[in-house]
Design a binder for this molecule. Structure first.
Ligand code: GDP
Length: 445
């Protein structure tokens, strides 16, 4: 549905997240690319502009650029902003159809998929919500359209109002209302006539029908492939008729998806459903979270969740640094570090995020220093008692043997781990000293 846009954004964000440190200029450059990608997807200019402005405001602050994972933070901000642009009120796909019989008015241009969508929605209401639905075609100019709805009705097992030749749309609407009341229907759907373009006659007719039916929902069905035209159509219909929501059809095609992104921002009306094919069950609820996920690529979202956790961990890390600078670094600390490394994509992944370390990271990867070793080391720590973890210096031969055996490894492996812990402890102590006098002072000069 959003393949091209998704691909473009993916490229931008890939570069952004691979960069370790980010300057405000880096973020701005990336956002310029995002803007171009949005415009190419046929998102309207004011919407793209406003979107970028909102993201930029949140993404260029020190809280982001100085964070542990600036690239991911920016992606998350874009993700949240996307949801904001797409979201309407209430539950996705919710319709006001209490107080039966509830009328739903279906409006739109000819060929947009109105009749098909009427039937798809009727099927959904019947099957998912257990509603008794009546459909009526008001397209008196095109007998074929009336026939089409009747045929679809038979196919999906939903009643249609019998066709009476020569009846005008307002009379049909009234009859549908009466029939719906008498027949105990929960919902009746009025499939109005479409035109190839918006004209006065069409609007006047739809208006007249609206006034007698007093619909609970007025859904505009538009072809999503038409991009900004779809948004203009929605604006026009809303001004004249007043719509409660939009159904975007043909989102199964390779459309650029811009209509979906601009619709809510330009018209103020939510997209309630999307059509994803010609079949009767090819109708989906429009869920902003999922759509944003789709646009940014699912994998990113999963990692975003993890990154959110890392923000919390950053605070924890600060507290730890205080202890480390005093040379307090035991096996629990080492375990946490190892786990963190795995989370950040192993040694190789973590080091590649640090400026200037990409090459070293690749060498380590090539040398086989990877997740497996990290996990083995964690297993060794797991096999220690609480006391041993806090005071690794108490480990003598018999304890070592027990621990190694418990983790299914050799004492020599454990010795390596112990050496690592001692080295890190020493290093931390040195860094702490530098932090107080040397390093900090140098940085301030
Ligand atoms: P109407 O004139 O607005 O009532 O349009 P129709 O409901 O007759 O649909 C026009 C054509 O578009 C039909 O061939 C439908 O099968 C097709 N169509 C409708 N919705 C979709 C959709 O979501 N995806 C695709 N691929 N085709 C659709």
């Amino acid at each position: 549905m959003f393949e091209n846009l998704s691909e473009r954004l993916g490229g931008v964000f890939d570069r952004l997240t691979k960069q370790g440190a980010l300057s405000e200029d880096d973020v701005k450059t990336a956002l310029r690319e995002v803007r171009v990608a949005l415009l190419e997807a046929d998102v309207s200019l004011p919407v793209a502009r406003q979107f970028i402005k909102a993201v930029e405001k949140k993404a260029t602050g020190a809280a982001v650029t100085k964070s542990v994972t600036p690239g991911q933070q920016v992606v998350k901000i874009v993700h949240d902003e996307l949801i904001g642009v797409l979201r309407g009120e209430g539950e996705p796909g919710s319709l006001k159809i209490d107080s039966p019989p509830a009328p739903i008015l279906m409006v739109g241009l000819q060929g947009g998929g109105k009749t098909t969508t009427t039937a798809k929605l009727a099927k959904r209401l019947k099957e998912r919500d257990g509603k008794k639905v009546l459909m009526a075609s008001l397209d008196v100019n095109r007998p074929a359209a009336m026939e089409q709805l009747a045929i679809l009705g038979t196919q999906i097992g939903v009643d249609t109002l019998p066709i009476i030749k020569g009846e005008d749309p307002v009379a049909i609407a009234k009859r549908a209302k009466t029939q719906a009341g008498l027949g105990g229907y929960d919902v009746y759907m009025l499939d109005t006539a479409g035109r190839l373009s918006i004209d006065e006659e069409l609007m006047a007719q739809v208006e007249a029908v609206r006034d007698v039916a007093n619909p609970r929902e007025t859904l505009l069905v538009v072809d999503g492939l038409t991009g900004q035209d779809a948004v203009h159509t929605a604006e026009n219909f809303d001004e004249r008729i007043g719509i409660s929501g939009v159904v975007l059809t043909r989102m199964d095609g390779d459309g650029r998806g811009g209509a979906a992104l601009s619709m809510r921002a330009v018209t103020g009306k939510p997209i309630k459903f999307v059509g994803l094919g010609e079949k009767m069950d090819a109708l989906e609820t429009f869920e902003p979270d999922r759509i944003a996920g789709r646009i940014l690529g699912m994998g990113d979202i999963v990692s975003l969740v993890e990154k959110a956790q890392q923000t919390l961990e950053a605070e924890q890390a600060e507290r730890m640094m205080k202890r480390f600078s005093k040379g307090q670094f035991n096996m629990n600390d080492l375990k946490m570090q190892l786990e963190q490394m795995i989370k950040m994509g192993g040694m190789e992944g973590m080091m590649s995020m640090m400026p200037g370390m990409a090459k070293a990271a690749k060498q380590m990867g090539d040398a086989g220093i990877d997740d497996k070793i990290l996990r083995q080391q964690i297993a060794l720590i797991h096999s220690m008692t609480k006391r041993e973890r806090a005071n690794p210096q108490i480990l003598q031969a018999s304890r070592k043997k027990r621990i190694a055996k418990g983790a299914g490894m050799e004492v020599s492996d454990l010795n390596k781990l112990l050496k690592m812990q001692r080295q890190m402890s020493d290093m931390m102590k040195k860094m702490g000293k530098m932090g107080k006098g040397g390093m900090l002072k140098q940085a301030m000069r």
